[in-house]
Design a protein around this ligand. Sequence first.
Ligand SMILES: [Zn+2]
Ligand SMILES: [Zn+2]
Length: 125
Amino acid sequence: MPKQNQGYLVLDHSYSPGLPDAQARRAGVDAGEGFFEADTFTCGHCSAVVVKHPLRVRERETCWKCDRWLCDLCATVRKLHEPGVCRNMDALVDRLQSLDPSDTVNAARLLADHQHFMTLRGTYG
Ligand SMILES: [Zn+2]
Ligand SMILES: [Zn+2]
């Protein structure tokens, strides 16, 4: 079982009309009205918080390098564009923090590389 930043989402519309269904689906949840609860996890590569759909049967991808679960978009980028590449967000922050503050060239390079990844990721979502 991968290490995770796990969480829990509760939407309780017991005392309100709730959300229109289309708006709830755009937010990644199934229930705009009533009560909805689900586990969540934070993607190891983009830090998106993912609501784990209670009815999902499809396997979730993990990164064997950083031992984190990945959101579907990051898993797709890794599969189609960057096989075996780990884009762990914590590692990126560590690398940035380890740079000499005057080393703007390498900081810009790391951030541009991350931006490239996020742009690729954005083409699937
Ligand atoms: Zn992700
Ligand atoms: Zn990784």
